[in-house]
Design a protein around this ligand. Sequence first.
Ligand SMILES: NC(=O)c1ccc[n+]([C@@H]2O[C@H](COP(=O)([O-])OP(=O)(O)OC[C@H]3O[C@@H](n4cnc5c(N)ncnc54)[C@H](O)[C@@H]3O)[C@@H](O)[C@H]2O)c1
Length: 321
Amino acid sequence: MAGRILIIGACGQIGTELTLKLREIHGNEEVIASDIREGAAELMKSGPFEILNATDEPHIREIVEKYQIKEVYLMAAMLSATAEKAPMKAWDLNMDSLFHILNLGKEGKIEKIFWPSSIAVFGPTTPKDKTPQTIIMEPTTVYGISKQTGERWCAYYNRKYGVDVRSIRYPGIISYKTLPGGGTTDYAIEIFHEALKNSAYTSFLASDAALPMMYMDDAIKATVDIMEAPAEKIKVRSSYNLGAISFTPQILADEIRKHIKDFKISYEPDFRQAIAESWPSSIDDSVARQDWGWKHEYGLEKMTTTMLKGVEESLKENANK
Ligand SMILES: NC(=O)c1ccc[n+]([C@@H]2O[C@H](COP(=O)([O-])OP(=O)(O)OC[C@H]3O[C@@H](n4cnc5c(N)ncnc54)[C@H](O)[C@@H]3O)[C@@H](O)[C@H]2O)c1
């Protein structure tokens, strides 16, 4: 056995689809899913699963040895909106879990690490449009501070100890298979559910809150591609900017209205509006495109039709249960 893959936080919005994709590529038994809770039936049935707390260092070591793990995808984290409600808990989870995995890399116990960063590393002093790879970063959320700090530690472990850690600054990820986990961009998923159920949605962000977004399949493709790229192509060892689509709640509502004519949107911005205002509106990801060939496939139209179809099917499935 050459070495298996461990996904920590596998039952979340991204982890679920990432696990299924990696199992398709490498074989079900080669990809060990883990989380502090059980996840979707499709994930649980398709291969090995362990209950694992990302802050429990001895248990992580045990699992790494038990399955001869060589690659870790650390997806467990407390996301932007939830983290504002529990800052110290978010800091502990987001940082401790990263150190546990980086140290396993330093000791040579694992060979490759994926750790996701976020557009939350940017702040109100960052230029908002086409935000470049290298620019001022003064995040104002605890989540953003944890991701920015994490990026610096990834770069440090790579430079100092040769740890092969790779990272992407995900924008808001849009998908229908697993519900989102408490981020500021969750409105762009809720809107599809409410449009199909009630033809109406009240957005917690203002009509003109433009944010960088990406359909899940593109996010998974980027994750697989950056991990498969030859090490010498990964020149940025903090984290790569990654972009696809950028839109406001109003633009998304107009696009949905092309399919659901009587769809109505209203706006009641809450604390998440201030977070959105501190983030970029669009991202310049030319460095990722140049270094390891990143290219997105889903634009606004394709994402919208795919989401409407997917959410409609999942609503029907749930109704039949
Ligand atoms: N979804 C997005 O739009 C987005 C955008 C930018 C970055 N990211 C990053 O991508 C990663 C995955 O995000 P997601 O959207 O799938 O998050 P999510 O909240 O949907 O999933 C996180 C998973 O981690 C698990 N978890 C929480 N605490 C844990 C612990 N102590 N030990 C083990 N597991 C634990 C949760 O049960 C959950 O299944 C995170 O690092 C997040 O910051 C996500």
